[in-house]
Design a protein around this ligand. Structure first.
Ligand SMILES: C[S@@+](CC[C@H](N)C(=O)[O-])C[C@H]1O[C@@H](n2cnc3c(N)ncnc32)[C@H](O)[C@@H]1O
Ligand SMILES: O=c1cc(-c2ccc(O)cc2)oc2c(O)c(O)ccc12
Length: 349
């Protein structure tokens, strides 16, 4: 088939985007480390380069080049201050770079751009080969699987748990806004693999009738947030799960293969009441590839991440979720899309 000049031109632009693909994460890492988004947000009106450079103690011409890149990528806006000067302003995107902000993804970006975060990507091809077995690129690079490595390295554990907390804040907010009815009548909720407790603390705040149990590996809950309405319980979800009206799983089942998910979900069935119990699963549901479906593209990148960092984890289609749930003894389920890469799946015994 004939290739048009436009197609060839688009291909060349696209290949340069792959060649220089690391630049975007390098620049946002730099912006987070310098605190650029924090300073511009606090300034409250368009901030001139000279003041930004002074506040951050940066060399103005190099800071200008960083800002020019981020304005081009629509991270910041450039707006006139007067006839002669322009200043930089925040955008919804730049607010994700504010450290500790409620929409912050800063800790996630710091995880992904850290040496440990980048290490898995050097051995993805080995994983795909027939000889690749079930050892993840993460384990090849770090000598241990993700969970054992996190247990042995407190600094990495904190980086990882803080990164997951970033997503939890955004996704739980989207869940609360998108399908609050899921939590009606739920008096006790166990968050299985709840990490540092970010998700559960937001859920009990939004739905104050819920008594929460944050359940994770013992070394994780040892440093999880403490509160009156949440009990932290350490254990292994493959062995047993604390009893509750409902079990909540966010970004946990995609870390495991079907057989492992079925084991976990069978333990979960034992933990919830047969009549009014349910599981609430917050995970991506992959769909057929649709042109321009940006969220679908994020789901597929997440699937690559699962291939890189877990030994057997993967993202699942609706058919694959249906298989896992039915094999675990759940008779019916529904899927609720929310404003996130994940959807909310409610499944009943
Ligand atoms: C990707 S994180 C998700 C954390 C949290 N649900 C969130 O979305 O922010 C997966 C969690 O599963 C936990 N986990 C791994 N193996 C586990 C096990 N055998 N029993 C209980 N939790 C486990 C990890 O410690 C980690 O906190
Ligand atoms: O988005 C992620 C990223 C990771 C990750 C990346 C790099 C590393 O060196 C370790 C972990 O892990 C994730 C994960 O386990 C998960 O359940 C969801 C998302 C991510």
């Amino acid at each position: 088939m004939e290739v048009t000049i436009e197609e060839e031109a688009r291909a060349e632009i696209k290949i340069w985007n792959y060649v220089l693909g690391y630049v975007k994460i390098a620049v946002v890492k730099c912006a987070i480390e310098l605190g650029i988004a924090d300073v511009i947000e606090n300034y409250g009106s368009p901030m001139p380069l000279s003041e930004l450079a002074t506040a951050l103690r940066c060399e103005p011409s190099r800071l200008y080049r960083i800002m020019r890149f981020m304005v081009h990528d629509r991270i910041f806006k450039q707006e006139p201050i007067n006839q002669h000067t322009v200043g930089f302003s925040s955008t919804p995107l730049s607010r994700h770079l504010i450290k500790g902000g409620e929409k912050s993804m800063a800790a996630f970006i710091l995880l992904m751009s850290s040496p440990t975060g980048l290490a898995p990507w050097h051995s993805l091809s080995a994983r795909v080969l027939e000889t690749g077995n079930n050892i993840s690129p993460f384990e090849v690079a770090n000598g241990k699987d993700l969970w054992s490595y996190a247990e042995a390295n407190p600094d990495f554990r904190e980086l990882f748990n803080n990164a997951m907390g970033c997503d939890a804040r955004l996704t739980v907010q989207a869940t609360i806004e998108g399908c609050p009815e899921v939590f009606d009548g739920v008096e006790s909720l166990v968050d299985v693999g709840g990490g540092n407790g970010t998700a559960l603390s937001l859920l009990v705040k939004a739905f104050p009738w819920i008594r929460g149990i944050n359940f994770d590996l013992p070394h994780v809950v040892a440093v999880s947030a403490k509160s009156d309405s949440i009990e932290n319980v350490g254990g292994d979800m493959f062995m047993s799960i604390p009893n509750a009206d409902a079990a909540f799983f966010m970004w946990v089942l995609h870390d495991w293969d079907d057989e492992e998910c079925i084991k976990i979900l069978k333990k979960c069935r034992e933990a919830i009441p047969e009549d009014k119990g349910k599981v609430i699963i917050v995970e991506a549901v992959l769909e057929e590839d649709k042109e321009g479906d940006e969220l679908g593209g994020v789901g597929l990148m997440l699937d690559m991440t699962m291939m890189g960092v877990t030994n057997k984890g993967k993202e699942r289609t609706l058919k694959e979720w249906s298989y896992v749930l039915r094999q675990s003894g759940f008779t019916r389920f529904n899927v609720k899309p929310i404003r996130a890469v994940q959807s909310v799946i409610e499944a009943y015994p």
